[in-house]
Write a protein that binds this ligand. Structure first.
Ligand SMILES: [Zn+2]
Length: 501
């Protein structure tokens, strides 16, 4: 495209016939721009992590096939982000009739106002250039979406008075789909659309016309339609009208990050972690790993509803809240660096509990307890990776001999290290967490905290909810009457409630 964009219809016509301005359908435009990217080896979807060998090749194939397509996946799988990223495959700008609500092509306007204008002004008709950002329309489908919202509305009295013709839409108020003319229309959570709307969409796609309030309206729209949906809703019988399903060329399944590394990369990209100049944030790798593992464990947890999924946003909100708890501690203790600990993850329950739906069994147990169980499994898993070969006996024996250690997530690093110094062998173990013996106190404190929480997660020691650590094998109190059968009522040694399985 030339730097001098044509500003009149005559100049545009000349530029198009000379090949300086491409004229093609949206799908051809996206296809050709994608081909250019593939040939030059550019990244197709910058910022989309972990889909390079699964989702991205399928989207590329759908675009090359000029298909309308649907992304099927659970929440927090970057579906909306991918659909929005399709905008980057559009031309930087396209010529339009200025002021037209449906971005009419000056060379073939659809609406009667533009047709009348082009007829009267001829080659002198001015041309405007619409940037690609203005060519993406998105709609979250809900059951209350109407034909008027989606396609448009007519004033029936005006229509009758003007004795409206089949192709005349003089009195039409355009909905979202016509406003996406010559662009991309994304409908999120498509199964929530009423059947009538789906029929309307199908008619537009298939026939280029639609009935509004009984009047046929002709709209030969050029739109790439893309959808997203939860897979179970989508396959549920009766929710989707079959003819519309048939018009969707490709069904592409998204997924959660396959590896902890991918998940960590996504979270690092999305989370707000830099808290300004006052104190730098240094997040130990083991904390990052546990944060991701919380989401992985939650996705496997039988008390959590698998149908709605556990979004990657859980890890993102969680690590932000973990950093904030560490920031709060650093502010109170006047520490110069913010170093999150494993116990900060327990303090960040509010970032977790809203991110999943509970099964009945989970409702009985309570969201907070389910979240604590999940964190504990995550810590156990990550701790096993770091400390699988470590000899933990010296520390567990110290507790077995009756030692107790009281710390909490508000305790500053120096105080924590001073208290932990009583526990023989504890500080030596921190090297397994990848921390040097001469590291800053907040870093060492985080590593000590990791050892204690790891031992607790693996049930080698126990602790109260107030973070008093002690031996796990304590003399049992007399068994309670048989009524105490639920998990909540099960008593731990020392009268502590058992908050885990
Ligand atoms: Zn127009």
């Amino acid at each position: 495209m030339t730097s001098e964009l044509p500003s009149t219809l005559g100049a545009l016509r000349a530029a198009v016939s000379a090949g300086r301005v491409p004229r093609r359908s949206v799908r051809d435009e996206i296809r050709e721009n994608l081909i250019t990217r593939l040939q030059s080896g550019q990244t197709i979807f910058p910022g989309i992590i972990g889909y390079d060998e699964t989702v991205v090749p399928q989207i590329v194939n759908a675009v090359l096939s000029r298909h309308n397509f649907i992304l099927l996946g659970l929440r927090g799988q970057a579906k909306s982000r991918i659909l929005r990223a399709l905008t980057d495959l559009l031309d930087p700008s396209i010529p339009v009739v200025p002021g037209c609500e449906i971005h009419d092509d000056p060379l073939a306007p659809l609406c009667s106002a533009c047709r009348a204008r082009v007829a009267s002004e001829g080659d002198a008709t001015p041309i405007a250039w619409l940037p690609r950002e203005g060519r993406y329309v998105e709609k979250l489908a809900t059951p209350d979406v109407t034909i008027a919202d989606m396609i448009g509305d007519l004033d029936p009295i005006k229509a009758a008075r003007a004795s409206l013709q089949l192709s005349d839409e003089l009195t039409m108020h355009y909905g979202l789909l016509p406003r996406a003319h010559r662009g991309i229309f994304a409908i999120n959570e498509r199964p929530d659309l009423a059947g009538k709307i789906q029929v309307g969409l199908f008619n537009i796609l298939q026939e280029g016309d639609v009935q509004i309030k009984g009047y046929p309206v002709r709209l030969r729209l050029d739109v790439l339609l893309v959808f997203s949906a939860n897979p179970e809703d989508y396959t549920a019988r009766g929710k989707i009208i079959t003819p519309l399903k048939d018009r969707i060329g490709s069904e592409i399944r998204t997924h959660y990050p396959a590896t902890r590394q991918h998940a960590m990369a996504i979270t690092a990209q999305e989370a707000w972690l830099d808290r300004g100049k006052r104190a730098p944030v240094a997040i130990p790798d083991f904390v990052r790993e546990v944060v991701e593992e919380v989401a992985f464990q939650a996705r496997q947890e039988s008390k959590i509803d698998k149908r709605s999924g556990v979004s990657q946003r859980l890890s993102i909100s969680l690590i932000e809240n973990v950093v904030s708890n560490a920031e709060r501690r650093a502010l109170l203790a006047n520490e110069a660096v913010i170093v999150p600990r494993i116990t900060d993850i327990y303090a960040a329950l509010p970032a977790i509990t809203g991110k999943f739906e509970l099964e009945y069994e989970g409702e009985l147990r309570g969201a907070d307890n389910v979240a604590r169980d999940v964190i504990r499994s995550a810590v156990s898993n990550v701790f096993g990776g770091y400390f699988g070969a470590a000899d933990l006996r010296q520390v567990t024996e110290w507790f077995d001999l009756g030692g107790t250690l009281q710390v909490d997530d508000a305790l500053d690093a120096q105080s924590l290290l001073a208290r932990a110094a009583d526990v023989q062998g504890l500080k030596d173990l921190t090297r397994h967490a990848g921390v040097r013996a001469n590291a800053d106190p907040p870093v060492l404190a985080a590593a000590v905290d990791f050892v204690l929480e790891g031992l607790y997660a693996q049930k080698k020691i126990t602790r109260s909810d107030e973070f008093q650590y002690q031996a796990s094998e304590q003399p049992r109190r007399p068994a309670r009457p048989a009524a105490a059968e639920s998990i909540e009522d099960f008593q731990m040694p020392g009268g502590k409630k058992k908050y885990y399985n």
